[in-house]
Ligand binder design. Structure first.
Ligand SMILES: [Zn+2]
Length: 227
């Protein structure tokens, strides 16, 4: 039985208060954000449904010293399929625009598929607000704009599945360019990009998304997917 690592990347807290409540207490402190990972308890039912991205036993090389940080995994091939699960027209536009922009980097070729089972990446909508009530009776609500869940094999650095979710309620009153930027950020995670520090020029800065995909992001992705 293979073991898979499941990483949940929680992202895009733009303009939402108190980012720090996100950081799970048991998350490794070296991670710059609310990244945490866990072993999936049982992977018996995991099946590779996509021949195009079937992992081989070889370990994919993850480059060092890229302009922006990497998670340490990638899709085996540059040709990646994506399935639109959300029916929300604003989010559909955002995801479509984001895919076009990542394809423009020429690092990867993301292609829409109508077959959800064969898709590498799923894009969806969901309620990402969290209610927490402490035992001292103080409660707070945190809201995320988007999140991305990735499943990968740490022995080969190979991504198997990624699901990017945007919260339509959180994004309803934003403009479409901003929604696209949040989608670009989430798809960046789905491609293997990690959060960039605040001082970088990158779409992968977690709290203040104010850039779309930058030259740095494009260069990082091209380096990651260089054959
Ligand atoms: Zn993020």
């Amino acid at each position: 039985m293979r073991r898979f690592l499941v990483a949940l990347l929680v992202t895009g807290m733009v303009g939402i208060s108190d980012y720090h409540v996100y950081a799970d207490a048991d998350a490794p402190s070296t991670f710059p954000s609310s990244f945490f990972s866990q072993d999936s308890s049982d992977s018996n039912d995991f099946q590779f449904s996509n021949g195009g991205q079937r992992p081989n036993a070889e370990r994919l090389r993850i480059p060092e010293n890229t302009p922006t940080p990497l998670e340490g995994f990638r899709w085996k091939k540059k040709n990646i399929t994506i399935y639109m699960e959300t029916a929300d027209p604003k989010l559909k536009w955002a995801f479509r625009d984001a895919v076009k922009k990542w394809n423009k980097t020429k690092a990867v070729h993301i292609r829409w598929t109508k077959n959800e089972d064969k898709a590498n990446i799923i894009v969806a909508d969901g309620d990402l607000a969290r209610n927490n009530t402490g035992n001292n009776g103080v409660g707070y609500t945190t809201s995320e704009l988007g999140s991305t869940r990735t499943e990968y094999d740490p022995t080969t650095n190979t991504l198997h599945k990624a699901t990017s979710t945007l919260d339509p309620n959180q994004l309803d009153y934003t403009n479409k360019e901003f929604r696209s930027e949040v989608a670009q950020h989430e798809l960046g995670h789905a491609l293997g990009l990690a959060h960039a520090p605040e001082y970088e020029h990158s779409v992968m800065i977690p709290r203040n998304i104010k850039n779309g995909i930058t030259k740095n992001d494009a260069k990082t992705l091209r380096t990651l997917y260089r054959e």
